[in-house]
Write a protein that binds this ligand. Structure first.
Ligand SMILES: Nc1nc2c(c(=O)[nH]1)N[C@H]1C(S)=C(S)[C@@H](COP(=O)(O)OP(=O)(O)OC[C@H]3O[C@@H](n4cnc5c(=O)[nH]c(N)nc54)[C@H](O)[C@@H]3O)O[C@H]1N2
Ligand SMILES: Nc1nc2c(c(=O)[nH]1)N[C@H]1C(S)=C(S)[C@@H](COP(=O)(O)OP(=O)(O)OC[C@H]3O[C@@H](n4cnc5c(=O)[nH]c(N)nc54)[C@H](O)[C@@H]3O)O[C@H]1N2
Ligand SMILES: [Mo]
Length: 765
């Protein structure tokens, strides 16, 4: 590493224990407390009047899309209250009235800031001025916008080849920003476009593409309302997609059943008090999961196989459990699956799941005569070595039951970031899409590269091995989000230039390349004005609907710039006027970008008009039962191996999860109210029998270690919290535990890091 880059920075932050308090977990989600918490956070961050005015506009037809998760809005939003506790927190976090600029960076050195926790860094407020950290310096200094564009263009011109530049995207960017960014990378000549999906739902994309021909889910919001059974596997909606609970409530009120499949019994899936109506404030709320299957971490495949075996036994007896007409007409691979199921012993499968047979039988009885079935899932399925197989196995269940491509049934991967799906649809992808490339050539007039670029894991490796010189991020917090924090940090520090287009301060601004830039940008809730006129964006939700989003607040400062304009200006500084893309005009007039999106991105058309109001659905072959793009023109029933974990006697399986007070690496607060943890993040949830067996007591301090390929990684100082979690399983929060996730262990084919099944040991201090 260049000596100039050896700033004495910490990638860990402080490890102080505050006044940790452990209470009983709460069994019901939202209700009055949820509303109170939501408003408390937003009022504190942005004042009472500003909060109320802005919340009334969130997820409304002429307002802006909530910056938190990607759960869709109903076609007819409830006037003024179409948001949840965590959406309100996300808004408060973005629209905070605390701001930081030149004086702040003069006062604090990068080294000093790096000693603080992620929670403290975020609390400083919105970034308001472009800043540069020059080689060897320990303070960021102000820089003009034009100088930043010229600096980036000059560094890009120095590269030996365009693949020495990497362009990361986090899923909060609009379709317009993501499109320009993706096209800029391609115009330069690289597909190095890793994005947060690579760490998130990539396994879903791969599995659904292989089995059903489209890497997205097939259900609409309305499908959930009248489903007969909804399975929720590896997802914690009470915290991460709270508005989903309103849809589940409707399903329950219509007589539907909910099954939760999760090592933890998460609050939102026990009981939900809907704050949108009176019963939710004073009544007992709606009981959610009818059956909870506390599966061992990463044992969903044995669980589904056992359910399939038991359904098959009923089928052989009654002949009406599987949908044979559907299977014959639309699927491939049925016979092979049935023969494969016969090779497993039910007892061995049962042992692996850790679930009682009675509960599995109850599930099977419920599924046997139902066909309107939806499977919802999130990170509990995707972030394992066999993440792709996990999802294929659940798809098998749906296919055997004919629960695909019909109303009230199908796949529902619940997306994370509010526009992560849209970013992918408009071209943020590291792999080559030949059809898109042809359209780029035809409509945009340049030849995009035809070799694959790096994904997140590839980017980490390229930087670490010194093969990447420039690392630019459109949002996100790559250092803390990616696996193997120490490895990633070293990689980032190898770069000549790192560029962060951001709203808030985070650790990726502090662990940097030799030169680093912070480019502050406009948030979702803010007005984006040009020549006295407001502009708007479009976004795509988790169910494939594209719609307009228009901010209403005054931007955090007059100096910040919109994402499309930042990208357009960099492209203009690099290409000048002599390029088929008129970058400057595109940055100014988003209608021009939308016209190009319509020409280049599959399924987009007349977005200008159709994105108004409730917006429009992108085409989805599964909804039309069209599998013509797959082998034999059929949906694929697949055979998936059982996951193998060779745990040593003293090893546990650790999942890294979100607390109720964070959005990914943004830490809003230090409580995990639903799980009863207050004022602490460095904790590890553990089964009480397991604690007894090794002599650990409540709040004992341990180091968590993981050993892969003979390398021991350590996460220091975690307090043990006794919890209702299956024996042998542990849970702890990300990003603090990302130091344990080995960079070279990830899901087969999707390359999603194994953040939910890490083999670890506990070392008592
Ligand atoms: N408030 C808030 N909202 C968010 C986010 C946030 O951080 N905060 N993040 C957003 C993003 S980007 C995403 S991707 C989503 C994430 O949404 P989730 O996937 O709900 O988030 P996690 O906390 O990772 O929770 C994973 C769940 O899977 C369970 N689980 C873990 N391993 C297994 C397993 O092997 N099998 C099964 N069946 N279950 C398992 C865990 O117990 C946990 O309940 O949320 C989005 N929304
Ligand atoms: N161990 C472990 N690791 C994980 C996960 C896990 O479950 N366990 N989950 C993974 C998942 S699912 C995901 S999606 C990734 C998340 O990875 P990222 O998307 O990279 O991380 P975030 O924490 O969402 O990014 C937060 C930063 O985004 C910036 N930001 C916020 N809004 C905007 C905006 O509108 N525009 C711009 N330009 N910037 C903005 C702010 O500066 C903020 O600090 O993490 C992954 N990492
Ligand atoms: Mo995510």
């Amino acid at each position: 590493m260049d000596a100039k880059n050896k700033r004495n920075v910490s990638f860990r932050g402080s490890e102080d224990f505050l006044d940790i308090e452990i209470k009983e977990p709460i069994t019901h989600a939202a209700g009055y407390l949820g509303v109170r918490e939501a408003l408390k956070h937003t009022f504190k961050e942005m004042g009472v009047l500003r909060s109320m005015r802005t919340l009334l506009s969130m997820n409304q037809k002429n307002g802006f899309d909530c910056p938190s998760c990607a759960w869709p809005d109903p076609e007819h939003p409830a006037p003024g209250v179409e948001y949840c506790e965590n959406g309100a927190k996300a808004l408060g976090d973005e629209a905070t009235t605390s701001h930081i600029g030149v004086d702040f960076f003069k006062k604090y050195s990068v080294e000093e800031l790096s000693q603080l926790t992620d929670f403290q860094l975020n609390k400083f407020g919105r970034l308001t001025e472009p800043m540069v950290l020059k080689p060897g310096n320990v303070h960021y200094q102000p820089i003009s916008w034009q100088e930043t564009f010229d600096l980036i263009a000059d560094e890009l011109k120095k590269l030996n080849n365009p693949d020495e530049a990497i362009f990361y995207t986090s899923g909060r960017s609009s379709n317009e920003a993501a499109f320009l960014y993706g096209m800029f990378a391609r115009a330069l000549g690289t597909n190095n476009l890793p994005d947060c999906s690579n760490m998130c739902h990539e396994s879903s994309g791969v599995a659904l593409g292989e089995t059903l021909g489209i890497g997205k889910g097939s259900t609409t919001l309305e499908d959930l309302y009248e489903a007969e059974v909804i399975l929720i596997a590896g997802q914690n909606p009470g915290t991460n997609h709270p508005r989903m609970l309103s849809a589940l409530e409707k399903c329950k009120q219509n007589g539907g059943k909910v099954i939760s499949i999760n090592p933890l019994e998460e609050s939102g899936l026990v009981n939900f008090k809907n704050p949108q109506h009176v019963k939710g404030w004073i009544g007992g709320g709606e009981d959610m999961a009818d059956i909870h299957l506390p599966v061992n971490i990463n044992q969903d495949i044995p669980l589904v196989k056992l359910i399939l075996k038991k359904l098959l036994a009923l089928e052989q007896e009654y002949k009406n459990v599987f949908d044979h007409d559907f299977i014959k007409k639309y699927t491939d691979g049925y016979d092979a699956l049935i023969s494969d199921l016969a090779t497993y012993s039910s007892k061995a499968l049962l042992n692996k799941t850790g679930v009682s047979e009675a509960k599995i039988d109850e599930t099977v009885a419920l599924l046997a005569n139902k066909s309107k079935i939806i499977v919802c899932w999130a990170m509990g399925l995707t972030q394992h070595k066999n993440g792709v197989e996990n999802i294929r196995e659940y798809v098998n269940l749906l296919l055997l039951k004919g629960a695909i491509g019909k109303p009230n049934s199908g796949t529902c991967p619940v997306r994370g970031h509010s526009n992560v799906q849209g970013d992918r649809s408009v071209g943020i992808q590291h792999f080559v899409d030949k059809e898109m490339n042809d359209r780029i050539k035809k409509h945009l007039g340049f030849a995009p590269p035809d070799h694959e670029g790096v994904d997140v894991v590839g980017a980490m490796k390229a930087m670490h091995e010194g093969n990447a010189k420039i690392f630019m991020c459109l949002g996100g917090n790559f250092l803390m989000a990616a696996s193997d924090t120490e490895y990633t940090a070293k990689g980032i520090q190898n770069c000549d230039l790192t560029v962060q287009v951001s709203t808030k301060l985070n650790r990726t601004h502090l662990i940097t390349g030799k030169t680093a830039l912070i480019l502050p940008t406009i948030g979702r809730s803010e007005k984006d004005m040009k020549n006295g006129k407001p502009r708007h964006f479009t976004v795509e939700n988790s169910m494939g609907r594209v719609k307009k989003s228009k901010g209403i607040l005054k931007p955090a400062s007059e100096t910040i710039m919109s994402e499309p304009e930042i990208i357009a200006n960099i492209a203009h500084a690099y290409f000048g006027e002599n390029h088929p893309m008129q970058w400057k005009s595109l940055g100014e007039d988003y209608e021009l970008i939308r016209t190009q999106i319509d020409q280049v991105a599959k399924g987009f058309s007349n977005t200008k008009e159709r994105s108004e109001g409730a917006g429009y659905y992108l085409p989805n072959n599964v909804r039309n039962l069209d599998f013509s793009m797959l082998p034999n023109g059929k949906a694929q029933i697949t055979i998936n191996k059982l996951p193998v974990h060779d745990l040593a006697k003293d090893e546990y399986m650790l999942m890294t999860i979100r607390s109720h007070d964070q959005f990914n690496t943004t830490i809003y607060g230090l409580d995990d109210r639903y799980r009863g943890v207050y004022n602490a993040r460095r904790i590890v949830f553990m089964n009480t029998d397991d604690m007894k067996a090794v002599g650990l007591k409540k709040l004992d301090i341990v180091d968590i270690t993981s050993t892969y390929d003979n390398l021991v990684r350590i996460a220091h100082n975690f307090k043990v919290v006794p919890y209702n979690i299956p024996s042998g399983n542990l849970a702890s929060y990300f990003p603090e535990t990302n130091v344990l996730v080995p960079y070279n262990h990830f899901a087969e084919r999707s390359k999603t890091p194994i953040s939910k099944s890490i083999k670890v040991r506990l070392v008592k201090k």
